[in-house]
Design a protein around this ligand. Structure first.
Ligand code: SAM
Length: 476
């Protein structure tokens, strides 16, 4: 795995080594006993373990509260998200080094072991700095005994690099290629198997996808149509215009919430794949006149509703946005402030709205397996049974969307999951309804490498987007 590892910095007291490129692994080294970034990372990992918190919601707030900024904030972010992403694999290595299952290790000790193992195996932090700062974190909170245990386990982990641990613990590529790649790129095996299925069985593609999913993603901004262009947004933020979305801008990092255009409501954070889905809803070919009645049937927290609402504003259309969870409906209200969007708290399966919409988006509740790179710990939380629980709901919501659209109108079905049970299988199941015509969704997505159609599956390793799926269905 040397291709994925940057060389280590020379000594724990050196300044951070110059990064070879912005996408390189970080080279921070630190010399304080218990430093704030590591303590913050430890505390976020604890919140994730103890109360199922989301790392990407807890960390920014903690950094603000503790006044951790600049390089320290970047270091804490890399440690937290990197550790959360690799958690399942780190646990296998910790269990082997500790000679006991991780379930038998005290939670607070395990958090620090994960953090230490991550630094040892996946960053350029000097090994003795990774070990000693971890031991300090434990000693300051739990005393000498647990600190000694942590020291022994991390020293054992430090005896091998990640490649050697993979050779030791992962199934071989020959006997179980999916299991091998899953371990190597820190994914649960069942998720790697589902990806392989969606990729048509190509192991080369699977490897590229898992590697892309295991990497730090760029921040994607969406320029609010009608208020600012992507070109202007790129200029103001120092970002780069997106490859496919006419509204997209890529940022290498930083806190987008601090950018003026985001603060002023001219732009929002939104993966380019989601931008393309929202845009597709507004450009799909309806038969007959578009009367300007548009519907977003599962709209919370409102990213796509904001984009569709802005485009509706330009086209003189109006959008109804339905969401079952009241607190998520509040988020939509905030996102669509000033736009021609009406928010309804209702069950999309029976929202009590008058039928006859020209355009309907069903961005269905799904496992989110397509955006694992943006939700660090999610891959280790999801269970295979989650898929079966969701597909019934997805199917019912799609039936409802097709009932609500007028003849000649279009339903766009999308998920941020590429799992076939949530994508192709759901759409295929309604495609033989007498009143449904499957459109070639590629016509509405300005991207390349879209396969044979009629559905569109975007991929992190091909398009640089989350793995969004979309299908366009017209009612006869
Ligand atoms: C994938 S998210 C939608 C994301 C949204 N389109 C966006 O871009 O911000 C699915 C949403 O559907 C909501 N939901 C789940 N079941 C629902 C139902 N039966 N009716 C309406 N909304 C539902 C969830 O609470 C969640 O907010």
């Amino acid at each position: 795995m040397s291709d994925r590892r940057a060389p280590r910095a020379g000594s724990a007291r050196e300044k951070p080594a110059r990064e070879k490129s912005a996408r390189d692994k970080p080279a921070y080294v630190r010399d304080k006993a218990v430093d704030e970034p590591r303590a913050a990372a430890r505390d976020v990992l604890r919140a994730v373990r103890e109360r199922d918190a989301y790392a990407n919601l807890v960390l920014p707030k903690m950094l603000r509260e503790r006044h951790i900024t600049g390089r320290d904030a970047a270091f804490a972010t890399e440690l937290t998200y990197g550790t959360a992403r690799a958690m399942g694999v780190l646990d296998r290595i910790i269990a082997a080094a500790a000679n006991r299952p991780v379930a038998e290790i005290d939670g607070p000790v395990l958090d620090v072991l994960r953090l230490g193992a991550y630094q040892l195996l996946r960053t350029r932090v000097e090994p003795h700095a990774a070990v000693s700062t971890s031991v300090d974190l434990i000693r300051s909170e739990m005393g000498q005994g647990p600190a000694g245990f942590c020291n022994a386990v991390l020293r054992k982990i430090a005896q091998k690099d990640e490649e050697l641990w993979t050779d030791t613990l992962a199934p071989s590529m020959g006997e179980d290629p999916v299991g091998h790649l899953a371990f190597r790129y820190a994914h649960p095996r069942w998720i790697a198997a589902a990806f392989l299925d969606a990729l048509g069985g190509s192991l080369g593609q699977l490897q590229a996808l898992l590697a892309a999913d295991d990497d730090r993603p760029l921040v994607h901004l969406a320029a609010r149509p009608g208020l600012i262009t992507a070109e202007e947004l790129a200029l103001t933020t120092g970002g780069e215009q997106a490859r496919y979305s006419p509204y997209g801008v890529y940022l290498d990092g930083g806190d987008p919430g601090k950018l003026d255009p985001v603060r002023d409501g001219l732009a929002g954070v939104q993966d380019e794949g989601s931008q393309l889905v929202a845009r597709a809803v507004t450009v799909a070919d309806v038969d007959g006149e578009d009367t300007g009645r548009w519907l977003d049937l599962c709209a919370g927290p409102g990213g796509k509703a904001a984009m569709i609402g802005a485009l509706a504003d330009i086209d003189g259309a109006r959008v109804d946005a339905v969401e079952i969870a009241p607190h998520r409906a509040d988020l939509i209200r905030r996102a669509v402030d000033g736009l021609p969007v009406t928010v309804h708290v209702a069950d999309g399966r029976d929202p009590h709205l008058t039928e006859g919409y020209d355009r309907v988006l069903l961005d269905a509740p799904c496992t989110g397996l397509g955006s694992l790179r943006r939700r660090p710990e999610a891959r280790w939380r999801r269970q295979p049974g989650d898929v079966a629980e969701l597909v019934g709901l997805q199917r019912q919501l799609l039936d409802s969307a097709l009932d609500l659209v007028r003849p000649g109108g279009v339903v766009v079905y999308s998920t941020c999951s590429p799992h076939r049970a949530e994508t192709v299988d759901i759409v295929d199941a309604v495609a033989d309804r007498d009143d449904v015509e499957v459109l070639d969704a590629r016509a509405y997505v300005p991207a390349d490498n879209l396969g044979d159609g009629p559905y569109v599956q975007l991929w992190p390793h091909v398009h640089g987007t989350d793995a969004m799926f979309l299908a366009a269905l017209r009612k006869r």
